[in-house]
Ligand binder design. Structure first.
Ligand code: NAD
Ligand code: UGA
Length: 466
């Protein structure tokens, strides 16, 4: 019943569903929170007594799971029964870009949202609040409401007590800092038109989020704000990356430029770190979605503005691969390249859209042997990102257990992820292990170049050729 939320269900036990529900369970011990998923292996891993097997790596997550699992936090594949006993249901399923049909390559594929909404329509009992947590196109709430009401009528015409309230509550956590972002969110956004339903969700967050940080809007503003926030963040990364290329040809230093620009309060210093381009499952797909919506409403100039953010991002990755080839005398065959970092950013095991994938592909095309080291990404996960490589070519792609194994006998080291441990590499040891002439490509600007100057290593740093 509204006002008395006791049982919460979250459909989708991924990077958002798992951590966000763990934090709700932690902060609201009076609630029973169950996270459900179709993927049995994933659920088994969430339930495994060995916490190293959790499907998501996030600093601080293991500790919460240890505290709450089996107390008021559960992971299950018994989706229908959990839906039936829930007062509030979060939809936290994946919303990838459509690969075929109308809007392919741009529009969001809502098949997972739609199928979970149908399941909710069928199995929910009484009054249920359905919360969109997934990132979705503007006006999706209308689709969800439509599915809930029409399927309910057809499936269960005798159950007149079934009532649904749809809210939008987009998630703003970033991977690698998910737990601290969830504990101290910059804001919690609730979009909707039913005051009672909004109050129920507001009450849950009020257990730990100060009231001034919980904002309510109409549902469409909430949906569009999420896409806009991601587009603005991605745009800043493309902006600074465009300037990194200009620094390399003019002799300016990107770290100095970034600092000088970011000290203007109106601009701010966050999201001005140059790198191999943004990765992650969301920036690209959310901007594609924005492009699709803009075109749909006839706003072609808006669409092309956002398209350029994506184009710059791909260009940055291509140009890094070209620079590596050029520095290694235009030839990579019979050369070994150690890649440091494969996740799309530090402190996560997520490799979706990681810039490392496209850069490694380009280097493999040139005939390089690649040895990848990432502190948190498994060998299996790395191979899964190269599904089209023939198995004989896979021999050119291996994973290693340490920085020094990747360096052993290699002609170049390429730093692609900003893992903390890459800041403390023993460069004289690396120098001894590598084949000469040896190159270090620091695509995250994390190396202290004075340490490199003490060795025979050649250093290329993104946006800094002075
Ligand atoms: P994910 O792929 O890690 O998890 C989604 C899960 O949903 C999968 O485990 C999948 O098996 C499950 N699923 C799909 N359909 C289902 C169904 N009908 N029933 C039960 N389970 C089903 O995705 P994610 O990274 O957690 O992202 C989820 C949503 O949150 C996306 O819309 C994304 O844009 C948004 N988002 C993601 C992040 C992030 O950092 N990853 C941050 C903010 C918002
Ligand atoms: C991003 C947003 O920051 C979250 O607010 C949002 O909820 C989430 O997307 C989502 O909707 O999925 P995330 O992708 O996890 O979070 O990570 P970010 O910290 O935003 O980094 C994205 C990419 O940009 C990474 O590849 C990162 O290395 C790169 N980046 C970021 C830079 O190259 N430079 C920067 O200054 C910042």
């Amino acid at each position: 019943m509204l006002n008395e939320i006791k049982n919460i269900c979250c459909i989708g036990a991924g990077y958002v569903g798992g951590p966000s529900m763990a934090v709700i369970a932690d902060k609201c011990p009076y609630l029973k929170v169950t996270v459900v998923d179709l993927d049995q292996t994933k659920i088994n891993n969430w339930n495994d007594s060995n916490l190293e097997k959790l499907p998501v790596y996030e600093p601080g997550l293991k500790e919460i799971i240890k505290r709450r699992r089996g107390e008021n936090l559960f992971f299950s594949t018994d989706i229908n029964n959990v839906i039936s006993s829930s007062d509030m249901i979060f939809l936290s399923v994946n919303t990838p870009t459509k690969t075929t049909g109308l809007g392919a390559g741009e529009a969001s594929d809502l098949k997972y949202i739609e199928s979970s909404a149908r399941q909710v329509a069928k199995h929910a009992r009484g009054e249920t609040i359905v919360v969109e947590k997934s990132t979705i196109p503007v006006k999706t709430a209308e689709t969800i409401q439509n599915i809930l009401v029409t399927s309910k009528n057809k499936l269960d015409s005798n159950d007149n007590n079934k009532i649904f309230y749809v809210l939008s509550n987009p998630e703003f956590l970033a991977e690698g800092t998910a737990i601290s972002d969830l504990y101290n969110p910059s804001r919690v956004l609730i979009g909707g038109d039913n005051e009672k339903a909004i109050n129920c969700l507001h009450k849950i967050y009020s257990n730990w989020v100060p009231p001034e940080k919980i904002i309510t809007t109409n549902i469409w503003s909430s949906e569009l704000s999420k896409l806009t926030a991601n587009a603005f963040l991605a745009q800043r990364v493309s902006s600074i990356n465009s300037i990194s290329a200009l620094c390399e040809v003019t002799g300016a230093n990107i770290s100095e430029v970034s600092k000088a620009v970011g000290m203007d309060n109106r601009i701010g210093k966050e999201f001005l770190k140059p790198g191999p381009g943004f990765g992650g499952s969301c920036f690209k797909k959310d901007i594609l979605n924005l492009i699709y919506i803009s075109k749909f409403y006839g706003l072609s100039e808006v669409a092309s503005y956002w398209k350029s953010v994506l184009e710059l991002n791909s260009w940055q990755q291509e140009r890094i691969a070209k620079i590596i080839v050029t520095k290694l005398f235009g030839n990579l065959s019979n050369k070994k390249i150690g890649i440091l970092g494969f996740s799309f950013k530090a402190n996560t095991n997520d490799t979706r859209e990681s810039p490392a994938i496209s850069i490694c592909k380009d280097l493999l095309e040139e005939g390089a042997n690649i040895l990848i080291f990432d502190p948190k990404v498994s060998e299996e996960k790395i191979y899964n990102e190269f599904p089209n490589l023939a198995s004989n070519k896979k021999l050119n792609l291996n994973s290693s257990k340490s920085v020094y194994e990747s360096a052993n006998g290699s002609d170049a080291i390429v730093i692609l992820t900003d893992w903390e441990e890459f800041k403390d590499i023993d460069w004289s040891k690396v120098d001894n292990l590598m084949r000469s002439p040896s190159w270090i490509f620091d695509c995250r600007n994390i190396i202290n170049n004075r340490e490199i100057e003490k060795t025979n290593l050649n250093l290329w740093q993104l946006g800094n050729n002075s």
